[in-house]
Design a protein around this ligand. Structure first.
Ligand code: ASP
Length: 342
């Protein structure tokens, strides 16, 4: 079999950071030093090419244009490589993974995001294993076809569907969880793939599309919140999509004022989505009266999507359907890349 070719795209993040000599704070360093730090890369049985952002970033600086830059880098090289590994900071990696999963539909090769909690140059780094295994997975083939054909995130011995992940720890090496969907692979002595969990593209054509409209407003609810303040923030935000970050299965405090407001604002063109503060489980607006009241005024429940996927999918669809709310909602309820459970 021919050697696989993998393209490594370094965007920044802890994995490639080093301590500034005087201040001791972490800053991104030049990509060339990553290959110096991991000579093991030369021993993997595949060809690895690498490109780097001119100015590597901390992923808290990621925005919609950076998603497009990563997307373009992959798209321009799509037919030249068998798989892609995107090195990315952990802070917003789940958002970028979601974005790439909507931009690249019906993939026939893997796009794997990874990073690390400790810089690759440090003795106890988790970066080496994350990087090496990600490359192995990106290169892995069976019957001459890539094993993984979707956007995935590899971290600390687990491969997840990217748009199902959430960063849950800034301390532990297993920093990511996928609460509502099983892992795509578990890594120990062997890489054990969970074939049943893989995304099926049913031979649909590969398709790349970009463009995000970030006019999305998230309202986090908590006991004691002033509904008047909530309404004020929604009106003054000018954002078309309002994401209500609710409790449990999609409940908010009872408020006739809020219901009338949602109805009135929907007529004025806003769309309200309901996503839970719970990391696991799904929105079920029928379950309690408080949730049902929201359904009655047209709030859309997001099923078991992560809040990261909800935000990014909203931006993606808002750019596609800026003036057609029905089309936005219809497409929002459509499973683009396995982001919710049917
Ligand atoms: N602040 C870093 C980033 O997200 C954290 C990390 O990479 O783990 O870029």
């Amino acid at each position: 079999m021919k050697k696989s070719k993998v393209l490594l795209i370094y965007t920044g993040g802890t994995i490639g950071m080093k301590e500034e000599e005087i201040k001791k704070s972490l800053k991104p360093f030049n990509f060339n030093q990553i290959t110096n730090e991991v000579p093991e890369l030369n021993k993997i049985n595949c060809r690895i090419d690498a490109i780097s952002f001119e100015k590597p970033i901390d992923s808290s600086d990621v925005n919609t244009y950076i998603w497009e830059e990563i997307g373009d880098n992959i798209y321009e090289n799509y037919h030249k490589y068998d798989g892609f590994v995107v090195l990315h900071g952990t802070d917003t990696m789940s958002y970028t993974a979601s974005a790439l999963s909507f931009m690249f539909q019906n993939l026939d090769k893997p796009i794997i995001l990874t990073g690390s909690q400790l810089p690759i140059g440090q003795v106890r780094t988790d970066g080496k294993e994350n990087l090496i295994t990600s490359i192995e997975i990106a290169a892995a083939k069976k019957n001459n076809e890539s094993i993984i054909k979707e956007v995935a995130l590899y971290f600390e011995y687990q491969l997840f569907r990217g748009n199902r992940t959430t960063k849950v720890s800034s301390q532990h090496f297993d920093a990511f969880m996928s609460y509502n969907f099983p892992s795509l692979a578990d890594v120990g002595v062997n890489i054990k793939y969970n074939f049943n969990a893989f995304l099926k593209n049913n031979n649909k054509e590969f398709h790349y599309s970009k463009g995000f409209d970030p006019k999305v407003h998230v309202v986090f609810f908590y006991p004691g919140i002033l509904i008047k303040e909530v309404m004020l923030s929604i009106v003054s935000s000018k954002s078309k999509i309002v994401i209500l970050n609710s409790y449990g299965s999609g409940n908010l405090p009872t408020s006739q004022e809020l219901y009338s407001f949602i109805l009135e604002q929907s007529k004025k063109n806003k769309i309200f989505l309901n996503v839970s503060q719970c990391a696991s489980g799904a929105i079920e607006q029928n379950k309690y009266e408080n949730g049902e009241n929201l359904k009655k005024v047209g709030v859309v429940g997001v099923k078991d999507m992560t809040i990261e996927a909800v935000i990014v999918k909203s931006m993606f669809l808002l750019n596609k359907f800026p003036n057609d709310n029905l089309k936005f909602i219809e497409n929002f309820n459509f499973n683009i890349a396995g982001e919710f459970t049917l």
